[in-house]
Design a protein around this ligand. Sequence first.
Ligand SMILES: Nc1ncnc2c1ncn2[C@@H]1O[C@H](COP(=O)(O)OP(=O)(O)OP(=O)(O)O)[C@@H](O)[C@H]1O
Ligand SMILES: [Mg+2]
Length: 417
Amino acid sequence: MADQIKVAIDIGTTKICVLVAKQVGTDFEVLGMGKYPSEGLEKGVVVNIAKAINSIKAAVKEAEIVSGQQIESAAVGISGSHINSINSNGVVPVNKTGKIKQTDIYNVLEAARAVPIAEGQQILHVLPQSYAIDGLGNIQDPLGMHGVRLEVQAHIITGSVASVQNIISCCEAVGIKVTDVILEQLASAAAVLNQDERQLGVAVLDIGGGTSDFAIYQHNSIMHTRVLPVAGNHFTHDIAVGLQTTLSEAERVKHMYGLASSICTNGDNNNNHGNSNNFSFEVLDIQGQDLQAIQQAFLTSIVEPRAEELVLLVLKEIETYKLRKFMTTGLVLTGGGSLLAGLPELATKILQVPVRLGAPRTEIVLSENLSNPIYATGYGLLIHLFKAQSKSNLNLVDGPTAVRVFYRMRTWVSDLF
Ligand SMILES: Nc1ncnc2c1ncn2[C@@H]1O[C@H](COP(=O)(O)OP(=O)(O)OP(=O)(O)O)[C@@H](O)[C@H]1O
Ligand SMILES: [Mg+2]
């Protein structure tokens, strides 16, 4: 694999997406994509290694054929309820010259990682929020500045050693070395947020199939992250049970007629919600044989409580951690689940902030248009690989010896775009 070729693998609950790209100047060009339905994963976590390996293998093979490249290494996204985050401080004396060097920044981040971590967890990211020099705070990049005492306020992301190792093992089983393990909402945020939003303050919610990944940015730094356990597949299951139909029919019905709230009967996501609650449509029964007529109002009565549950989980997070002050420009919804019609309207009503849909800002069309919320994580992983220059050194991800792996630790601070 040539040096300037890099690969991102989004191992999602519903699909595996492999993107191959090459460096072009300061930017990158996507050479190919492989996509395959994901099996063996639940809520972002591997539950059946053999099935997960098969899905990854199929997606990788397709990406290799389309791009004409042999894939040897890749960055992968990680999510799941095993992900935790905490804020931490670190303090170190500046080197004798008094001028802050990269090693001082590395040392202070090392100091910040010295926090108690729950048994079975390992640190995935140490994300600096702001630095202070000799007590003077709010410094975004202290490199080259003068002082005697360097402090950092950092956001630390941890994940289960076993879950991380399972993802790595699945990739290794198909001959791929994992170079970076990146929290999925960091990748999605890189793909769908603009520089001003990240600076002024914004929240992003990537609603996937198994999990909804939440993150908050301000001053170009990550302020908060959380993985919420409600996402697109829960809606599909509710519809299948409520309408007594198959999962695939429930999925179709959700795309075509699903509406997150009865407050908006004018859906516009290229589907057929109609503009009246009397609208009805036909759905196969659970045997997949006979058709039954369903009123849209009935479907909405199944979907709406789940949509409210999801938005209320976000509201609880905002209120518990007093996050509203960071959400100056509102909330950006992405991931396939964000395509449910009426969700932005419902979220605006409950959260009382502006809500918009976010998709990767790209015009690349491969087998599909990449400017679709389902590709936010995969495309964001590429942005991370090509555009986030490392401001710190190599970092050892902690864990038992057997799973000790070196990853590049990247700061994700003001170095994207
Ligand atoms: N047009 C649509 N309307 C409603 N829901 C949709 C639409 N398109 C996709 N979805 C839903 O989006 C979800 C898949 O989104 P996505 O591809 O982002 O998930 P994933 O990355 O595989 O999962 P995860 O991130 O949770 O691991 C599915 O639940 C699917 O039903
Ligand atoms: Mg996803």
